[in-house]
Each structure stands twice: as structure tokens, then as C-alpha cells.
Design a protein around this ligand. Sequence first.
Ligand SMILES: *Cc1c(COP(=O)(O)O)cnc(C)c1O
Length: 367
Amino acid sequence: MQTENQDPAFARAGAWLTVSLKAIADNYAHVARLGAGAECAAVVKADAYGLGAARVALALAGCGAKTFFVAHLDEGIALRASLPDTRIFVLHGFMPGCEGSMQAYGLVPVLNDLDQVRSWVQLCAEQGYAFPAALQFDTGMSRFGLSEADLQDRSVFEGLNLQLVMSHLACADTPDNPANMMQRSRFVDMAMAFPGVPRSLAASSGIFLGPEYHFELIRPGAALYGIAPAEGNRALKPVISLDARIVQIRTIQAGDRVGYGLGWMAPRSTRIATLGLGYADGFFRAQAGRGAVWHGQTRLPVIGRVSMDSISVDLTDAPDGLKAGDVLSVLGPEQDVDALARSAGTIGYEVLTSLGSRFHRVYEPNA
Ligand SMILES: *Cc1c(COP(=O)(O)O)cnc(C)c1O
């Protein structure tokens, strides 16, 4: 913490998020080893799951990632500024009429329906160059992608420079689910219409299903950011920690109440602390009465409702002498992203992508 202590923005911060680029690099290496034989791409949509797409993507490029995925065209345009020469797929393709921006920024659309296919073929014809594209197949999720019927007339696809065909698994986090095998076999059948084009089916959970799901390219997101895709895959390193400073401490008397709705009543004289993070920062309202923060190994329960900008915690079990400015841990060794998610009745993905933009951010270097 030497260098951060010299940073006035750090000194002012009510809470700060530490992102370990080294842990992301280690997770990338772990997943790439599992998928050895397939190219290991990196999914950095939603601002790299809340962690900061520009920083995270550069770190991953430094680990050898050559292909990136985002969801929206504008995410691709933003990422292009950080990665001028890297292959970037845009999962949603483009809105009608926006294929020109896709091409102008050198992004590769994932074409999801026949209209997108026709627009891209036409753009390529007009420009006299077959710009790269990918195709997505719907193998059962009914979300994105071409149906089997869409593949009947092959002439629609003539002139496409296809770099990838892909689909997405609905139930990969439950390895025994028969839907996985079913989607896989449908994917193999549909991909046969495009022989020789690299195939991709597995996101993080799919990678853990085994090599028969890896094909030529794997697309991890969550695993890179340290969230376990299924119980038992604990080889991943935690990537973030979140620390908050105490804003104010007070002692309230038996019968005094705390927070909106005066929803919590002190059973006895109680020392409480107010921390400057709330639901605007991704500390969910659902954690009222269930969530906690930590002082070392001591659990300090959240009391009363979660406000937009603050929470109150019970300091009964904390050491005496805590004061304003002292630090409590929200995400750390005692409570990881998945544990916080459980206390809020959600999943790690939602915790990460809800992390607020107000935290001071500290990026620990790649190596
Ligand atoms: C989000 C996404 C991924 C990455 O999923 P994780 O579970 O985070 O690894 C891969 N492919 C597609 C199509 C996605 O939408």
C-alpha cells in the first residue's frame, strides 16, 4: 500500500476496488491449459464484467490472447482504441443500417439472423472486399443465432469470409444436464454446412465440461475474473478485493433504530459504523439483514436497510478503538464474489457487473 498511500485520490476514497491483473493472467493461463489445442479467446463485454475493459484487455493481450469478444458495437469501438490490431468479435452483430461502423472500426460481427447476413454480404460486395464475419447458430437457447431452417439455402452465405461459427450452451453449469450433449450434437450438425471454419461452443462452464466441448476456440469470461463456473472448480484465483473506510462511528442505545424505515432496532447499547457504499455501488438492497463486511476474520453484520450511498454495520464483535478512516473488507479473503452473491440471492456475474463506478480503482500489475 506504499504507493497508494501517496496518491491523494486514494486517500480521499470511501472505498476502493483492487483488481489483480496478475490473477487474471494466471486464470487465463489455467483456462488456456485446460483448452490446450483450441485458441483461448477472452470475453470482455460489460466493461470486462465491471473490472475495466481497457486495462483488462491489455493485460490479456499481454498474456497472448489474440481474440476478444464484446456484446455491443459501441463496446467494440471503445475497445478498438486500446487494441488497434486485435481481432474483436461483436456478439450482437449490428443494428439494421449500422454495418458500416462495424467495418470502419475493423470489428468482426457475429451474424445472428439472415438479415444481418444479407447486410454484411451486401456491404462486402459494395466495398469489393470480403470483410471477416462469424455466424451464430441457435442450438436450443432460443436467444441468438440462425435456425436449422435458415441454413437450407446456402446461396445466402456466398461471399462471406467466415472466421468462426459458434453457439452457446444454456446449461453448462450443470454438467450432467442432457441439454449439453444435445446442443453439442446439434452444433456439430449445423457446423457441417461450413466445413473448415473454426468452431466455438464453450464459455467458462463449457470449458470445464471437457475437451469434446472445446472445438477450435474457447470463449471464457467469468473464469478469467475468478468466479467459479460451477461448484468444485476452485482452481481459479480471486481477482478483486473491495475495501471500505469507516465514515462515522456512533454508539446507540437499546431501542434506537437504524436506517430507512427505521427497520432495525438495537436490542442493547450497540456500537455501529457507517460505511460509504450502498446499492448505487453494487451493494444490493437484498443484503439487508443478511450481508456482512469483515474486520480481519471477524464478521460484522449489515444492520437496517441498504441506502444508495451507505450501509450500517454492527461493531459489537469488532475490536475497540476502531475509528473513522479505518478499513473494513467487503470482498476479500473472508468473503469472495460468490459468497457475497449468495448473501444477496444472486450470482457472481451480477455482483461483478454491478460494481459501481465510484470506487477508487487500483490495478495491480500483470507480473
Ligand atoms: C458472455 C458470453 C460468454 C462468456 O461467458 P462466461 O460464462 O462469462 O465465460 C461467451 N459466449 C457468449 C455468447 C456470451 O454471451
